[in-house]
Design a protein. Sequence first.
Length: 76
Amino acid sequence: MALSIEEIKKLIIESIPDATIEIKDLVGDSNHYSAKIISKIFNGKSRIEQHKMVYKSLKGKMGNELHALSITTESK
């Protein structure tokens, strides 16, 4: 079962409450997404650390219910 855009946003907001999130379904299959996440929590963190924070917020669903997610992160 694939995750919806709203489910992905909900998971990220639970871990990164101030996040501004933009998610796009890349091929229309509800399984390949791109996400842009902007948050103050990313200040002073490397891109790798930022991406790890996003993956952690997905609670193990990446690679299971969520097949592909291209992430872009920015600090506020």
